[in-house]
Design a protein around this ligand. Structure first.
Ligand code: NAP
Ligand code: F7E
Length: 383
């Protein structure tokens, strides 16, 4: 008998990687998908199976974390061995614009799942993973942050996730549920949403290299994040639910980097050096040097002459609209517990992550530019 998993947020970055990982392990995966006016299944299309296929290992259900009745029905019908609650309004800046909705989905949504499992008498069968976050540490009280570091959330998103964290702990203690929190630090990938900072940067650098965009406007360049690869982090989610005892784990790389340095690394991937000048809202980055051999290898010879004309141009600026009312300045995690108890180790370091994202976005942006211009010279660069 295959194990059964239910993933909420299956159309998101982590949901897609986790679904693939569990299917490879022989699971039948049920995914909760909210209705949208388009398919919105791009990240899992390679896993999708037509409803007429027998013995499917991926089955999607329409649902929403704000709808208790529908969550209870789906959990009752699917009788999952494991629930991974990954669905959330996950953008910190947007949570300041939609605080009530964020509280409902990211906070109360967790309660709805726990309560459904309890009311359906599934406590002995169903293990629950809650997608908690390093944003809980917010205005950090300790460096680096570990499981015992006090929380100090700094956004409606983080406050909603704080409720999700504690209600998971409370149901574990009150009802002996196998319910665990993964306190995951930022994790990125080629599947990362386009408005998170790393993907915004890798897309913009690719478009600048291809002549599709002149400049990118950023928010706070000085904040520091502990970035890992989402592929490594979904392995940790699975490992957490395989433990005999439920518990909470920090998942992080232990290395922190500024947004400014991430930009430098992304440009370096195409053989380009940028130099930052000025301060705060007047800070800019200028194209300083091109390693032509590397640019040709990564981007293509056809784009070099035009790009060379841009030496000395500003390619990064600051726009205060991207600042947050309250910022999280520094995150760096200590994942000793996960390394020791789960045997978890990340395979990707930041350089490998940036390379993966840049190679993917250069390819993707070339395709986009070809579709828009229909140019033959660009066609030559399709692999
Ligand atoms: P993501 O790419 O933004 O995916 C979020 C998923 O949740 C999407 O499938 C989205 O559906 C779905 N969703 C949003 N609101 C929903 C609702 N009301 N009902 C049902 N589904 C809903 O996020 P991610 O990066 O994969 O992160 C996964 C989880 O981990 C999230 O809970 C996030 O808060 C948390 N987390 C992420 C990180 C990170 O660095 N990535 C770190 C710590 C914790 P649509 O596709 O329809 O939008
Ligand atoms: O911002 C700064 C911004 O939006 C990172 C979510 O997955 O990880 C994510 O939350 C930093 C912040 O991620 C821009 O101010 C500068 O300091 O990529 P982000 P996040 O807010 O850390 C946590 C762990 C989660 O749980 C969340 O779900 O980058 N920054 N300039 C910018 N950020 C964005 N988005 N855009 C900018 O232009």
């Amino acid at each position: 008998m295959s194990k059964v998993a239910l993933i909420t947020g299956i159309t998101g970055q982590d949901g897609a990687y986790l679904a693939e990982y569990l299917i490879k392990k022989g699971y039948v995966v049920h995914g909760l998908k909210r209705r949208s006016s388009m398919f919105n299944t791009d990240r899992i299309d390679h896993l999708y199976q037509d409803p007429h296929v027998e013995n499917r290992n991926l089955i999607l259900h329409y649902g929403d974390l704000t709808d208790s009745l529908n969550l209870t029905r789906i959990i009752g019908e699917t009788q999952p061995d494991e629930i991974y609650n990954l669905a959330a309004m996950s953008h910190v800046k947007v949570s300041f614009d939609t605080p009530e909705y964020t509280a409902n989905a990211d906070g109360l949504g967790v309660l709805r799942i726990l309560e459904a499992v309890r009311l359906l008498n599934l406590i002995p069968k169903t293990r629950i993973y809650q997608a908690s976050t390093s944003e809980l540490y917010g205005l950090v009280q300790e460096v680096p942050q570990k499981e015992t570091t006090p929380f100090y959330p700094r956004s409606p998103y983080a406050v909603a996730k704080l409720y999700g964290y504690w209600i998971t702990v409370n149901y574990r203690e009150a009802y002996k549920m196998h319910a665990s929190n993964g306190i995951l630090f930022n994790h990125e990938s080629p599947l990362r949403g386009e408005t998170f900072v790393t993907r915004k940067v890798t897309r913009a650098v690719s478009r600048i290299a291809l002549g599709m965009q002149k400049k990118v406007y950023m928010g706070n360049l000085s904040s520091k994040r502990d970035w890992g690869h989402a592929k490594d982090y979904v392995r940790a989610m699975y490992a957490i639910l395989q433990q005999d005892e439920p518990s909470d784990y920090v998942i992080a790389t232990g290395i922190t980097t500024t947004i400014r340095d991430f930009l430098k690394m992304a440009f370096a991937e195409i053989g380009v050096e940028i130099v930052f000048k000025g301060e705060h809202v007047n800070e800019v980055a200028v194209l300083n040097y091109i390693d032509e051999r590397m640019f040709i290898e990564r981007v293509g010879e056809a784009y070099l002459d035009n790009f060379k004309k841009r030496i000395g141009d500003e390619v990064v600026g600051v726009d205060p609209q991207y600042f947050r009312p309250t910022e999280v300045d520094l995150l760096i995690g200590d994942a000793t517990k996960a390394r020791t108890c789960l045997g978890w180790e990340p395979k990707y370091d930041l350089a490998a992550l940036v390379e993966d994202m840049m190679l993917n976005d250069i390819k993707l942006m070339k395709k986009e530019s070809y579709l828009r211009k229909g140019g033959y010279e660009i066609l030559n660069y399709f692999e």
